[in-house]
Design a protein around this ligand. Structure first.
Ligand SMILES: O=C(O)c1cc(C(=O)O)c2c(n1)C(=O)C(=O)c1cc(C(=O)O)[nH]c1-2
Length: 227
């Protein structure tokens, strides 16, 4: 039994060492060294992740018996799927796709999707479906690390890839606001529900698993779109 919340939070934050901001593909992206076909390949493949996120969050909702958590968590589904008058993240990602020169059709029909990305993303959805709901929440905590990467990416895109229309970057601007808000809530839920050493270890393992998902996505993209 442990109530060492500070140590637990530190162990979660330490997983930032495995975050995909350090992946060579992201390093080259933010240094302005990706070609147009490589950026298009990344956008088309990441669409599969974006489209899976609300299904992943709906799986967590379905497994969660806590009404308060569900009330807050359902917002994530709507942030991506949109509502009347609010386009949502999936639509914003499709606009990014158009801004880099892809058609909606070629993104939605998955013709550019590489097998490794499909496997990694499907593994994330399956994790949320099959593991205890708190582990699903813990696996979303990569978003603790996302805002720095997102801010760096926005600056890099504006500086290094001026051929991408600024309107196409609206997705990242929205995430700068949503990710800190969402991860703060997820961290509160995880620290409230994971009290024993075993529960805390499983939450850290869930976050490590998610870092591996994101890393595998980039490995597969990197391999499929070489220099
Ligand atoms: O581009 C990125 O680097 C990045 C990373 C992550 C992440 O860290 O999981 C997410 C996103 N983007 C993102 O756009 C997003 O909507 C999102 C949802 C989640 C999640 O696990 O619930 N992660 C992320």
């Amino acid at each position: 039994m442990t109530t060492d919340t500070d140590g637990f939070v530190a162990a979660l934050r330490a997983q930032s060492r495995r975050y995909h901001d350090r992946h060579p593909f992201h390093v080259r992206m933010n240094a302005g060294r990706l070609s147009r076909p490589q950026l298009r390949g990344w956008v088309a493949n990441r669409f599969y992740y974006q489209a899976a996120i609300p299904r992943k969050d709906a799986a967590i909702l379905a497994n969660c018996p806590d009404r308060e958590v569900r009330r807050r968590w359902v917002r994530r589904v709507l942030d991506h799927d949109g509502t009347a008058g609010e386009e949502g993240g999936i639509e914003a990602w499709l606009r990014l796709a158009e801004a880099v020169g892809l058609t909606r059709e070629e993104v939605c029909d998955e013709r550019h999707l590489v097998p490794g990305v499909r496997f990694a993303v499907d593994a994330y959805v399956t994790f949320a479906r099959t593991r205890p709901w708190v582990e699903g929440v813990a696996s979303s905590l990569t978003e603790l690390f996302a805002p720095d990467l997102m801010a760096e990416r926005l600056a890099a895109f504006e500086r290094c890839y001026p051929w991408i229309a600024p309107d196409g970057l609206a997705y990242f601007r929205a995430r700068l606001r949503q990710a800190p808000r969402d991860s703060e809530h997820a961290l509160r839920v995880v620290t409230e529900h994971c009290r024993t050493a075993d529960e805390q270890q499983r939450a850290v393992a869930a976050l490590a698993f998610k870092c591996d998902v994101l890393w595998s996505v980039l490995d597969a993209i990197d391999h499929a779109f070489p220099d």
